[in-house]
Design a protein. Structure first.
Ligand SMILES: Cc1cc2nc3c(=O)[nH]c(=O)nc-3n(C[C@H](O)[C@H](O)[C@H](O)COP(=O)(O)OP(=O)(O)OC[C@H]3O[C@@H](n4cnc5c(N)ncnc54)[C@H](O)[C@@H]3O)c2cc1C
Length: 510
């Protein structure tokens, strides 16, 4: 229990560049030789720079390097590695592309980082069953490039080009999830190497059905397990037909409330919108600058519709009616593929557009998700809180790190750094991207306290502290508050059954 009661953002704020473990840790020369015997010498590294690269993700969590990094090339090697590490009491940390935002790959107890990116084959494509089997090194963009000519695609699209098995491990989602679902809805089967080395097929070897009532849902257990129960070495994924026609749009709103009300009304009107994304005015300004867009600077919705030409016309008409009713304006339609790609590339670059507003600062992303009926309430309140906590301001005033402590530019900084808000509002999920000066401890603590308050507000509104990024290191206290003591105990018992020695990605989730 003592572990559970650590501050919710334990381990934050001493990120990459600074490592807690300067020298190679506790692995004996004989153990490293045993790793080399399994995967081959070129696929093992104990170099400090390599360990440091693998000790952090894209979040602000402190870089904590593993003692060694290995790159297996097949599932048998992964099994042997797991058996070796488990037998010797060495922690195992799975690594995809390191794009996570919750410190999931930090080696808090040292150990062996298993980088799965060199297992990058598409093992099986079954177009007639709308399914594909991929190894853990295949990324979402690589899969869609492979599928380009077969009329199918995989819609789950986090902003980063993450590995598909890493996405399964975090329960990722993206801009298309309002129509096509998250990883939880699109994973049909997983091949998992359990901590001791045994191989598990969560839905049975080779199976790729869409529904089942056969026993416990083991696939569901591993989706979102964040590397704490086993190493995912293959995923069977559900594919979708490429829509006949697509049209995208942006439109501006007088207030945040009007943008969110429109979202709710569009969903209530049963418009099968494929994407509906919210950007506040600070985010919109940042995207204009970073991605050379020319959108009106105001609370904005990015939308996309998929279907036949006839269906699209109807969806667009109903959506326009709803939006105009809520005071929306400045419509801009994009039908050509190039123009749509430009728009969505800008949306996917929102994280980097935010970072560019305050060079030298670090991004800290919140990730709450609430029932759609509570979305406008929490978003409007959050915008006010950002101002009250001095964590947002006008993006048109570029701010240097350190200026907030009274140096040049202090007057401009009275509004705070330019924190942005962006969200998958069709799912009730949004992110505040706080731009934090790493040299300013007061600002760091303020961001941390704001994020905890926001998490608790989402819980009070029957929501969750994380819609898609996961618990990782920083949200364990909020998880306890979310699922309660019995929920937490049940999770601990499941963990203890599968990983009795507590060596699979220790220190995460629980
Ligand atoms: C710019 C940007 C935008 C983003 N946008 C989104 C978004 O819209 N939606 C969203 O959901 N996320 C988003 N993310 C977060 C991130 O991309 C996702 O969490 C992604 O799923 C992580 O995949 P990865 O391969 O990088 O995993 P990693 O970061 O390498 O690992 C993440 C966790 O999964 C575990 N893991 C990785 N691979 C495996 C495996 N094969 N088996 C078992 N465990 C494994 C790791 O141990 C770790 O705990 C964004 C990140 C960035 C930087």
């Amino acid at each position: 229990m003592a572990n559970l009661l650590r501050p919710a953002t334990w381990g934050l704020f001493s990120w990459r560049g600074y490592c807690s473990r300067g020298t190679q840790g506790r692995l004996s020369a004989g153990f490293v030789e045993a790793l080399k015997a399994i995967v081959g010498s070129p696929h093992v590294s104990t170099a400090a720079v390599v360990r440091e690269q693998h000790g952090h993700d894209e979040s602000m969590h402190m870089c904590q390097p593993p003692d060694a990094v290995v790159w297996p090339q097949n599932v048998e090697q992964v099994s042997q590695l797991a058996a070796l590490c488990y037998g010797q009491g060495v922690p195992i940390i799975p690594f995809g592309t390191g794009s996570g935002l919750e410190g999931g790959v930090c080696a808090v107890q040292g150990g062996v980082c298993v980088n799965l990116i060199r297992m990058d084959r598409i093992l099986e494509l079954n177009p007639e069953d709308f399914s594909v089997v991929v190894e853990p090194g295949v990324t979402r963009k690589a899969l869609n490039t492979h599928l380009r000519d077969c009329g199918l695609w995989f819609p789950v699209d986090p902003g980063a080009d993450a590995s598909l098995c890493g996405m399964a491990a975090t329960g990722a989602s993206g801009t298309n999830s309002v129509r096509y679902g998250t990883m939880r809805d699109n994973v049909l089967n997983l091949e998992v190497v359990l901590p001791g080395g045994r191989q598990l097929h969560t839905a049975g070897r080779g199976r790729r059905f869409w529904k089942s009532a056969a026993g416990y849902n083991l696939t569901g257990l591993f989706v979102g397990s964040e590397g704490t129960l086993g190493l995912i070495t293959a995923a069977t994924l559900r594919l979708h037909p490429v829509p006949e026609a697509t049209v995208a749009a942006t439109c501006a709103f007088p207030t945040v409330q009007a943008a969110v009300d429109s979202t709710v009304h569009i969903l209530q009107a049963a418009v099968p919108v494929a994407r509906i994304e919210f950007l506040d005015e600070v985010m919109m300004d940042a995207c204009n600058r970073h991605s050379k867009l020319n959108c009106y600077v105001a609370p904005t919705l990015f939308l996309e519709f998929h279907g036949s030409e006839q269906a699209l016309a109807e969806q667009v008409q109903r959506t326009e009616e709803v939006i105009r009713h809520n005071g929306g304006s400045h419509f801009s339609w994009a039908k050509e593929a190039e123009e749509r790609s430009r728009l969505w590339a800008a949306r996917h670059s929102a994280w980097y557009a935010s970072l560019a507003l305050r060079p030298g600062c670090k991004g800290y992303s919140t990730d709450v998700c609430v029932p759609i009926s509570r979305l406008s309430e929490i978003l409007v309140q959050t915008k006010e809180d950002l101002e009250a906590w001095r964590l947002t301001g006008s993006a048109s005033l570029p701010r240097a790190p350190g200026a907030g402590r009274g140096g040049a530019g202090a007057a401009a900084l009275s509004f705070g750094p330019p924190g942005t808000v962006v969200g998958h509002v069709g799912d009730g999920n949004f992110h505040c991207i706080l731009l934090v000066d790493p040299e300013d401890p007061e600002e760091l603590l303020r961001a941390q306290a704001f994020a905890e308050q926001l998490g608790r507000r989402a819980l009070a509104l029957h929501g969750t502290c994380t819609g898609e990024h996961g618990i990782g290191l920083g949200k364990r206290q909020l998880l306890l508050e979310e699922v309660g003591v019995v929920g937490m105990e049940t999770m601990r018992q499941l963990k203890a059954t599968l990983d009795p020695r507590g060596l699979m990605n220790p220190g995460k989730v629980l």
